[in-house]
Ligand binder design. Structure first.
Ligand code: HEM
Length: 516
């Protein structure tokens, strides 16, 4: 079939995939190591490549620009927060030594956690290249507590001291804890917001008189706990159900269980959390220049957003000549590509005319055409997801729903709905449905495409709650479920991505808007 599903252009090659044989040796959720199964006793669903290809093709969004496919409940920034989170939990940079010692990751493995190791690496001592010089102490001989921020180069008369790119080596490679966050501009700018968030917290702590030697650890704790809160309450509850996290904390996790150490369930990594692929838009309004709106030069297509990163070589003019811009004098982002956050999160009560808030696409079985032809022989992402599910021996959606005792699982008639459903039915997949497809269909049929249905919502929320709970540095572990965010927020006791961006400032640097 010509597609090597072991090559991963989308999230780099870093995400490790366990083998089916390896998973078969695991005892389910008895602290299996890095990977495991939530439903170890369920039969795998075997499907041939032919039907998988046909189903994947039927998942091509026929009208990717149709406003009916927009998810008014989820601004587009969350798609890339979701990708940022994926990179935080699927590759653990703090444990390279352990990984080498134990390549199958059965023992000795640091667990998947929402701990921002993609931002902090091994900390100021272990990952010096990520940190700014410490000017406050030791004459700048030591790194930290602040993280490095990169500069942009002025184009289109957009001048000023723009510190709005990821820090980069002279070769243009991003100096960050996880290179996958330089894979497209939106995840890169999300990473940059996290760097600035940490630095702003450092400034606050310094201003409050915190001794310099204590600032880094305290800032890291504050940043990580607020980020964990955002993931659970602003992201997970937004795409599932308000109050679900508290309910799970109250009643306990029923399906994602471990004795001491969280593991990465394949039902989550190969199916449920790939829901993000259906949220991706083909075209964005990025800022006042790259927008389909009036006065814009050209829309920010997915293609351009992938081009303006270090991984594609697009910001390195001589490596990848591009249609929009002549080669830049330095391998850094050009100032006209700095994000306008008002277009990605509801940072203002309402945007001024001409500043459109991008919605993500609905969580449904449709994926924009661009992701059906990944660059570099990556093939079709929907096919890869379906095939990965088979390779990993995932059970059908129906079997999972039954094991979870879901009261109203999707019926074959519901799964057969639509042009995609007709193809599923043709191959009998409306009765035995690949888990990833089931989750998306369930969101379409039960959540109006705005949120997940019962199987998807429960599994997503349980895994995220478990990942935070099982991390002994997390707010849930250290302080318990009654901890509340401490940084300024619009609603007291809450903290959202919009709050984070307002706290950081730099709302739209190319418009000179720093605070709201
Ligand atoms: C922006 C465009 C994106 C592209 C081009 C992309 C591409 C890819 C590719 C090629 C893979 C590996 C497929 C395989 O062979 O198994 C993958 C895996 C994955 N993606 Fe994405 N992705 C994107 C966005 C997202 C988003 C927004 C999310 C979640 C919110 C997400 C979640 C995942 C997960 C959970 C995996 C499995 C990771 C692992 O097991 O290590 N992706 N993606």
């Amino acid at each position: 079939m010509g597609t090597d599903v072991n090559v991963q252009p989308g999230h780099g090659k870093a995400g490790r995939q366990p083998t089916r044989q390896f998973l078969d040796t695991l005892s389910g959720h008895d602290d299996p190591g890095m990977f495991g199964r939530m439903f170890p006793t369920l039969e795998p669903l075997a499907v041939d490549d032919g039907p998988l290809h046909e189903l994947a093709d039927a998942m091509k969004d026929p009208v990717p620009g149709d406003p009916a496919g927009n998810n008014a409940n989820v601004p587009a920034g969350f798609t890339y927060l979701g990708q940022f989170v994926d990179h935080d939990i699927t590759l653990d940079l703090t444990s390279f030594g352990d990984k080498e010692a134990d390549p199958m990751a059965v023992e000795n493995f640091r667990t998947p956690a929402l701990d921002l190791d993609s931002v902090y690496g091994l900390g100021p001592d272990g990952s010096r290249h990520l940190y700014a010089r410490n000017s406050a102490s030791d004459n700048g001989k030591t790194p930290g507590p602040k993280l490095l921020i990169g500069k942009t180069v002025n184009v289109d008369s957009i001048t000023g001291d723009h510190r709005n790119d990821l820090p980069r080596s002279p070769e243009g490679f991003a100096l960050i804890g996880d290179h996958r966050n330089d894979e497209n501009l939106l995840v890169a700018q999300t990473h940059l917001a996290m760097l600035k968030f940490h630095n702003k917290v450092c400034d606050q702590l310094a201003a409050s008189g915190k001794p310099p030697g204590e600032i880094f650890e305290e800032a890291r704790r504050i940043v990580t706990w607020h980020y964990q809160w955002i993931v659970l309450h602003d992201f997970v509850e937004r795409i599932t159900e308000k109050g679900l996290v508290a309910k799970i904390l109250e009643q306990g996790r029923r399906f994602y269980r471990f004795k001491k150490t969280p593991y990465m369930p394949v039902e989550f990594s190969a199916a449920v959390y790939r829901l993000g692929h259906s949220m991706v838009r083909q075209v964005y309004s990025h800022n006042r220049i790259f927008t389909p709106g009036p006065g814009g030069l050209t829309p920010a297509t997915l293609d351009l957003l992938f081009r303006f990163t270090g991984l594609s070589g697009g910001i390195i003019g001589d490596l990848a000549p591009n249609p929009i811009q002549p080669p830049l004098p330095l391998p850094v982002l050009s100032s006209n590509w700095i994000i306008d956050w008002r277009r990605f999160y509801a940072v203002l009560p309402s945007n001024p005319p001409g500043v459109a808030l991008n919605s993500s696409r609905k969580i449904d079985p449709f994926v924009v055409p661009q992701l059906h032809t990944l660059p570099g022989d990556g093939g079709s992402l929907p096919f890869r997801n379906l095939k990965r599910g088979v390779l990993l021996g995932l059970p059908s959606g129906q079997d999972v729903a039954k094991a979870m005792k879901i009261k109203n699982p999707l019926t074959p008639a519901e799964i057969s709905k639509g042009s995609d459903g007709a193809v599923a039915k043709k191959h009998g997949l409306h009765e035995h449905t690949p888990l990833w497809y089931y989750i998306l269909k369930e969101a379409e049929q039960r959540g109006s495409g705005e949120r997940l249905g019962p199987v998807g919502a429960t599994l997503l929320a349980e895994v995220f709650v478990g990942l935070v709970h099982g991390d002994h540095q997390s707010y849930l572990w250290v302080k318990g479920k009654n901890w509340k965010p401490t940084l300024p927020s619009q609603v007291p006791g809450e903290f959202t991505m919009a709050d984070l961006l307002r706290f950081v400032g730099d709302i739209s640097p190319i418009d000179g808007i720093s605070t709201v």
